[in-house]
Ligand binder design. Structure first.
Ligand SMILES: *Cc1c(COP(=O)(O)O)cnc(C)c1O
Length: 380
């Protein structure tokens, strides 16, 4: 099955009891047993498994080319499930330009439990190699990153993790499996904030893990079941419905993203435009190698370098909505330093390049002409 068919049919079957084409929302906490310990069907209690969530999890496994998908109550719950495998003394190497909430979890929750974190620029493979020792247990990569669109070469990092027997996880939220398939490039665990492109309609908070290795899938499922961060049936239904149009949506996000980038690049008030599709982007060659197209996320700074200019721009937008989050059908705009990345200390932000005049756009699937006209009037 090819990808556009997979998003609709992958891992799916019609409801066996009624023939319903979409899986019903099995809004139930528990399931009948015919004798103690003998459930009527495969289900006992919805924290362990629920048929609507199973339908979503099978779809997730299918679109990422894995064997097992797990659906969580948020992207961070999915990340938390991975981190629970490690103990004091273990070392984890992560990208230095991470989603703010991931950085907060690593640096303020798990660091206190004795795990040592190294935050590095993964584009520097030699630097990455120099940090590896016998305590290194996990490499955590986000590519492209949020909000600076840095890339890590997934296949190159996978060579290193394989050679040293280190677990390799990739946050694939920005790219989606339409654009990038980390498991095919040697990654062990794919993580998603399904709140974003997978759900696609800004109406649900959800997360996912997908793996190829069945034993690893079983271990992660045990952790999820034992700690309880599972996704409810209604939310599972919404994400599954979102996935059906993933191909169409991401195609349009990419087309509109490129048009918006073209406009910004030629505007006299704009300084740097961060977009992996630009030839001038420092990681354009890596993007071409591992991504099918370049997505709908765009960041930029002002020639003036002034925070006031970015705030005035954001206040004047009419079609773009000023809000946290990304990846929905509607275009959103965000000020990373004041919004999504405010939990990262100012000196760390400055170090990685999240300046106070940086604006991030999640380009939606509206008509590109309307989006560009909106940006034009807000810049004026
Ligand atoms: C939003 C986001 C997360 C966190 O996901 P939630 O669903 O908000 O918990 C993690 N990584 C990336 C790249 C994100 O954009």
């Amino acid at each position: 099955m090819k990808f556009n068919t997979k998003v609709i049919h992958g891992g799916q079957h019609h409801d066996p009891s009624t023939g319903a084409v979409m899986p019903p929302v099995y809004q139930t906490s528990t399931f009948i047993q015919t004798s103690p310990g003998k459930p009527l069907a495969d289900y006992e209690y919805s924290r362990a498994s629920n048929p609507t969530r199973t339908a979503l999890e099978n779809a997730l496994a299918s679109i990422e080319n894995g064997t097992r998908g797990l659906a969580f109550s948020s992207g961070l719950a999915a990340t938390d499930c991975v981190l629970r495998s490690f103990k004091a003394g273990d070392e984890i190497i992560a990208m230095d330009d991470l989603y703010g909430g991931t950085y907060r979890m690593f640096s303020r929750i798990y660091k206190d439990s004795g795990i040592k974190f190294h935050f590095v620029d993964m584009t520097d493979i030699e630097k990455l190699k120099s940090l590896i020792n016998e305590n290194t247990k996990l490499i955590w990569v986000e590519t492209p990153t949020n909000p600076l669109m840095k890339l890590a070469d997934i296949a190159e990092v996978a060579k290193i993790t394989k050679a040293h027997n280190i677990l390799f996880a990739v946050d694939n939220t920005f790219a989606t499996p339409y654009l990038q398939k980390p498991l095919d490039l040697g990654v062990d665990i794919v993580m998603h904030s399904a709140t974003k492109y997978l759900g696609g309609h800004s109406d649900v908070i959800a997360g996912a893990l997908i793996v190829k290795d069945e034993a690893l899938g079983e271990q992660l499922h045990f952790q999820q079941f034992a700690t309880g961060g599972t996704l409810g049936p209604m939310d599972s239904f919404l994400v599954l419905r979102g996935i059906k149009t993933l191909s169409l949506r991401v195609q349009r996000h990419c087309e509109n993203g490129e048009k918006v980038v073209e406009f910004l690049r030629n505007h006299p008030k704009i300084d740097t435009v961060y977009y992996p599709g630009l030839k001038s982007h420092p990681f354009h060659e890596i993007a071409k190698k591992q991504m099918k197209a370049f997505g709908g996320m765009v960041s930029f700074t002002f020639k003036s370098g002034k925070k006031e200019d970015s705030i005035a721009f954001l206040e004047k937008l009419k079609v773009f909505t000023l809000a946290e989050s990304l990846g929905g059908v509607e275009s959103l705009a965000n000020h990373p330093a004041l919004m999504t990345h405010a939990s990262i200390p100012a000196d760390k932000r400055a170090e990685v390049g999240i300046t106070d005049d940086l604006v991030r756009l999640s380009v939606g699937i509206e008509d590109a002409e309307d989006l560009i006209a909106d940006i034009e009037q807000a810049l004026a």
